[in-house]
Design a protein. Structure first.
Length: 221
């Protein structure tokens, strides 16, 4: 029985649900991919709160049975989208770092990373709306925290080998703390972009924000 205060339509999930490995066949993988694509379109057009399993199935051309053979709820489907986007972000950052020439300055590196990132207004809308939903839904918040921690861990590892942290304020010298700050700046910048409060070119503005946060060389001995 669902916990009090949670909704089954579009539904809720827990981190335990997300950890259950599905059996994947080629046909099922295709069905799952079409459901994810359709859900993203429905979420972006209607908003997560107004979306329904029926609308996603109709957009994908499948029945509810096809949906439930792949996902328990719209929450679980959202987290699959979130994983895709997180993996894309990590891949984009990792590729830039792998190609960094020796001796590249931090501002130059950050500028190239920001230029490589995919900025999708529809995804910002969907993610922001889900974050607000999760803030009011404990089960969704628990699952969201679990997924955010995975991204946070990878980002901390990347920063640990890239940023000279000795010159940073004491509260940011730990890679985990710095990763939290970088994610906060990135998420906040996306909100500003969403509501049209960024006057400068977005890539330039975000790169300057991140540079101001992390580019503090070690003090001379």
């Amino acid at each position: 029985m669902p916990a009090p205060g949670t909704r089954k339509e579009p539904g809720h999930t827990t981190s335990a649900t997300l950890d259950r490995p599905p059996r994947v066949t080629r046909r099922r993988a295709t069905t799952r991919a079409r459901l994810l694509d359709a859900a993203f379109e429905v979420f972006a057009a209607r908003g997560f709160g107004q979306a329904s399993i029926e609308a996603v199935c109709e957009a994908a051309g499948y029945t509810r049975g096809a949906f439930y053979s792949n996902f328990e709820s719209l929450d679980e489907l959202f987290f699959s989208l979130y994983e895709q986007r997180s993996e894309l972000l990590v891949a984009q950052v990792s590729e830039v770092l792998a190609q960094a020439p020796e001796g590249e300055t931090t501002p130059s590196l950050i500028k190239r990373i920001v230029a490589a990132l995919t900025v999708d207004r529809d995804w910002i809308l969907v993610k922001t709306e889900f974050f607000l939903y999760a803030a009011r839904t404990p089960a969704a918040a628990e699952a969201l925290t679990s997924h955010r921690r995975k991204l946070h861990k990878v980002l901390a590892e990347l920063l640990s080998g890239t940023v000279d942290r000795a010159g940073l304020p004491p509260s940011l010298r730990n890679p985990k703390a710095l990763a939290t700050a970088v994610m906060a700046v990135h998420d906040g910048a996306m909100i500003q972009l969403l509501v049209g409060l960024v006057d400068a070119p977005f890539d330039t503005w975000l790169a300057e924000l991140l540079t101001a946060l992390v580019d503090h060389p070690s003090p001379a001995p």
